[in-house]
Design a protein around this ligand. Structure first.
Ligand code: PRT
Ligand code: ZN
Length: 287
């Protein structure tokens, strides 16, 4: 009997590929992602993996060729396919922005009226311009959008930005954010019961991995007369674990802290007399 498998579409080669593959592997799903593979099956989870161009993923998912997929929010927004966003994945972060040459006297978005804007995102851009009552000419090009003003093809561009260095080296200035994006897990809307059960199992693991990435395990030694003050800084999952050290008057404290608060808390812990602070990354965290 054929086992039911959930079909997932990942980007074949590009900015989201390595992180997408790593995410599944950190979820304990083993598979061969050798070069040039178009399709593979997971060894220890009912999952079939397709490697595709990112732009095609929403269509494959909405058509039911794949059940779920990982793409940038920018791609889903542009292709306007009938897919559901299930989960933000925390990588592939970027923004779709409007940018103009440094010589462009840009004051407000109204300055884009009657201008030519080059982009690979005509649908997202035309919605944004309509919402802002701007009438501009959209020139759709598929790559190297940033060179369009320099060669006289456009007055402005609408392109993805992460560090901003591409815009900078092309003499462009970012003036409006059209869309904020990161990699997301998408699904078709009508998964049957069996596939939904597999997806729920995958989501359970994804959430454990995401929670773990946002937290650190911390161990430290504290003088007993400072225990109360130190444990107050460390909420932990329920509360911190406190164990006596072999040396009298000292305890070992174990806890979990959020990576955003990490440095600030470590400084406060040291100020309160904590010693031997160890910080470990967590693989999975199930609350
Ligand atoms: O071959 P395929 O069609 O699958 O890949 P692709 O070439 O269309 O996409 P790819 O691999 O470049 O990007 C995949 C996804 O990564 C995008 O859809 C975004 O969701 C996300 N992402 C995150 C980015 C960037 N950051 C990014 N910086 N995609 C593209 N860029 C480009 C941008 O277009 C510009 O040319 O990088 C340049 C700007 O980078 P900075 O750092 O100089 O600002
Ligand atoms: Zn693409």
């Amino acid at each position: 009997m054929n086992e039911t498998k959930l079909k997932i579409a990942l980007q074949k080669s590009g900015r989201l590929s390595a992180d997408s593959i790593n995410l599944l592997k950190t979820c304990g799903i083993g598979f061969n992602d050798g070069l040039g593979k178009l399709r593979t099956e997971a060894e220890n989870f009912p999952l079939e993996i397709f490697f595709l161009r990112d732009d095609d993923i929403p269509e494959y998912v909405s058509d039911g060729v794949a059940d779920i997929g990982i793409v940038g929010e920018n791609v889903l927004a542009e292709t306007q396919k009938n897919c559901v966003m299930i989960e933000k994945l925390g990588f592939g972060k970027c923004r779709l922005s409007l940018a103009v040459p440094k010589s462009f006297d840009y004051q407000t978005i109204a300055n884009l009226n009657n201008k030519r804007i080059a982009t690979s995102y005509p649908n997202v851009l035309s919605r944004f311009l309509a919402e802002n009552n701007i009438k501009a000419e959209i020139h759709t090009i598929s790559g190297s959008v940033e060179i369009a003003p320099g060669i006289g093809l456009a007055d402005a561009v609408c392109d993805l930005v992460s560090s901003g260095s591409t815009l900078f080296t092309n003499g462009l200035r970012e003036v409006e954010t059209v869309l904020i994006s990161e990699a997301i897990l998408i699904s078709r809307s009508n998964l049957n019961g069996e596939l939904q059960t597999i997806l729920d199992k995958l989501l359970f693991r994804l959430k454990a991995v995401r929670a773990a990435r946002q937290n650190r395990y911390i161990l430290l030694n504290a003088p007993n007369d400072k225990l109360q003050e130190i444990t107050a800084l460390l909420p932990g999952i329920k509360s911190p674990t406190v164990m006596p050290l072999a040396e009298t008057g000292w305890s070992s404290i174990h806890s979990v802290i959020n990576e955003n608060d990490f440095w600030e808390i470590v400084e406060q812990l040291k100020a309160k007399g904590a010693e031997g602070i160890l910080v470990l990354s967590i693989d999975q965290m199930i609350e």
